[in-house]
Design a protein around this ligand. Structure first.
Ligand code: ATP
Ligand code: MG
Length: 450
């Protein structure tokens, strides 16, 4: 392990000055976790590391969720072995990461993440790199205790030892978990400055685990929300998905708005009332409750649909602005879509495959108003029809004039293909259909010639 520089010691003393660090070991009779609840692959990895003479524990969210009687998403391991040493022990494993070097151990498609205990660093030795208070790289190895202290919240710093079945607690996380409190380890402001994403994580854990934020953990967030501007847009997209697509988005939105975090990510989505409170529109809040419901039912959710809802209000405003400049119809719509997405992806890097879904959903909306002729059948056959129709239903909750339209599309879907064709064509005005045909002919010809 590298020696600490003088700067580091002062920094660490300030950072952890509130902590009364003492290891508490909680026996099985008290914590109630048993090894049968733990993934067998993780137990096996820990055993191998132990046999090779290293320390190894289950850490982080997995231990937290077992103690909260929830199904852990993943089982991470922390060890005294260095990444190369871990790699050498497991044939099917890979070194990954730059910001944090880790080893992934593979069991078919299942992955166990093994990280070396991390310690303090002064930000200048090349292994940990700090810029303006922010950690941009952290590969300083340390002791088990240091590894617990560098984690974000006390409830995330618990370690589980499957050999003697104890939980190891350096930060008071066990009590906080029992009391339902989310508490930052060390000085909250310093730790948010090191990594501003911890502010979003704070909201995520409170909204998904029904925890209350400790006052000193909560207090600096509003003041520091602007630090999210310095975080990479790609990382912000990941966090946005975790906070809004994990089944508790409806709880998270008001908290994200209250602390001003949401406004940093999606500056044009919410509206502020005279009292200074922020509100989402019906489309957004309904999209979030639908998402939460789908997650609860184990149905798939896509960031594309959520982004379509998040940006629906800004899109409407942009369309109005362009119409005021003289653009009309689909020209205004498609230019507005480009402008809204271009601006948004600079803040939160929504991958193109998801902006494409949002775009398709939006572009289909005006087409729902045309309920006659072959275009009905074409719309029904679109790949994204179902998502666009679900989106129409959300809009109809906000705009009563859309309700008969939504009802019409609900009913036609329940019919057989023949009945659909009959309904669509029966009402098709002859003249209009003929005009469209005439218009299309020359285009077809050009295609054939080409
Ligand atoms: P989830 O259920 O979403 O996976 P988690 O707590 O496991 O929640 P991960 O992002 O998987 O979250 O991180 C695993 C552990 O790594 C955390 O429990 C925490 O101890 C630590 N950790 C993650 N992100 C940070 C961070 N930004 N700062 C400090 N520690 C972190
Ligand atoms: Mg995790």
């Amino acid at each position: 392990m590298k020696p600490f520089g003088a700067v580091s010691v002062v920094h660490e003393q300030k950072k952890y000055k509130h902590l009364n660090q003492e290891l508490r070991i909680i026996p099985e009779t008290e914590h109630g976790i048993n090894n049968e609840q733990v993934c067998q692959h993780a137990l096996w990895v820990i055993q191998r590391l132990r046999e090779a003479g290293y320390d190894a524990y289950l850490v982080g969210g997995g231990v937290r969720d077992l103690l909260m009687a929830r199904n852990p998403k993943d089982f991470d391991i922390a060890t005294s072995a260095h990444p190369e040493e871990v790699k050498a022990l497991f044939a099917r494993s890979r070194l990954i990461g730059r910001r944090f070097r880790l080893v992934h151990v593979y069991f078919g498609r299942y992955v166990i993440e093994v990280a070396t205990f991390r310690g303090h660093g002064d930000g200048t030795n090349g292994e940990r790199h700090v810029e303006g208070g922010r950690i941009v790289r952290d590969n300083v190895f340390g002791s088990e205790e240091e590894d617990a202290l560098r984690r974000d919240f006390t409830i995330n710093a618990l370690m589980y030892d499957p050999q003697n079945r104890t939980v190891r607690d350096y930060t008071g996380g066990y009590r906080d978990l029992r009391d339902g409190i989310l508490r930052m380890i060390g000085d909250p402001e310093t730790r948010y400055r090191e990594d501003p994403v911890r502010m979003i994580r704070a909201v995520r854990f409170c909204s998904s685990r029904a925890l209350t934020m400790d006052a000193t953990t909560e207090q600096p967030i509003s003041k520091l929300a602007h630090l999210l501007r310095d975080v990479s847009p790609a990382r912000l997209f990941e966090e946005v998905c975790k906070v809004f697509l994990s089944g508790f988005g409806s709880n998270a939105l008001p908290l994200m708005a209250q602390y001003g975090l949401f406004q940093e990510l999606f500056p044009y989505t919410l509206e502020q009332d005279a009292q200074g409170d922020w509100h989402g529109d019906t489309v957004l809040s309904q999209a979030l409750s639908n998402t939460d419901l789908r997650v609860a039912q184990d149905k798939p959710v896509t960031p594309g649909f959520l982004m379509a809802a998040m940006l629906w209000r800004p899109l409407q405003q942009q369309i109005l602005a362009l119409e005021a400049e003289g653009l009309t119809g689909m020209d205004a719509v498609s230019e507005a879509i480009d402008a809204v997405l271009e601006e948004q992806v600079r803040l939160v890097a929504i991958p193109r495959r998801y902006t494409a879904i949002a775009r398709e959903i939006w572009l289909m909306q005006p087409r729902f108003r045309r309920m006659r002729g072959k275009r009905v059948l074409r719309l029904l056959g679109e790949r994204r029809f179902r998502a666009a129709y679900d989106f129409l239903l959300l809009r109809a909750l906000e705009s009563p004039e859309l309700q008969p339209v939504a009802q019409w599309w609900t009913e036609i879907q329940e019919k057989s293909p023949q009945e659909q064709e009959q309904q669509a064509l029966a009402t098709a005005p002859v003249n209009r259909g003929a005009r469209r045909k005439r218009r299309r002919r020359p285009r077809r010809k050009t295609n054939e010639e080409a």
